[in-house]
Design a protein. Sequence first.
Length: 201
Amino acid sequence: MEKIMQTKKKTKVALLTLLECAIMVALATVLGFYKIKFGWGYGGSITLASMIPLVIIAYRHGPVIGCLTGCLYGCVNMLTDIGTFAYVPAKTLLVYAAVILLDYIIAFGVIGLAGLFRKKVTNHIKGAAWAAAGAAFAITLRLVCHFLSGVLIWGEYAGDSSVILYSLGYNAGYMIPEIIITSVAIMFIVPRVIDIFKPKS
């Protein structure tokens, strides 16, 4: 009987976690529609701190669930941003697969690595600083993914410029403000809602 009760409890926790992740993906998607600056032409924009829900999941449930949630968000974001694929230089399956991975699934999946900082988010002051550091770290990894995509896939748009400098300038142009906005927002939010940032397990 005790094993049955434990199984039911685990199932309930799993369902609640799944529901929470789905809600946060939906919230991140909605926040992503509010762009502070519209597109750079071929994708990329500064949003209204749309990564915060993904960071919260990473802090509450750890990097594994955080990364899976980020990958799910990446798939949703890809569908809402499907028009970008019209600009892909080389129309091959390999290139499309690389765009899907580097610009969406991996790029947003790494946001879950903010969860590596979760045990540091334990009090109002230091917790806020660590939460911001984790968010900055994870979104910087996202910048690296977009940068690599720019070098490997989108380099044709660099023209006579250096592909590396073009990709760095293009992606840093919207990702650095995104890092700053998210980190500052996290520092503002954490002291007021510290309990939701504390690890669930």
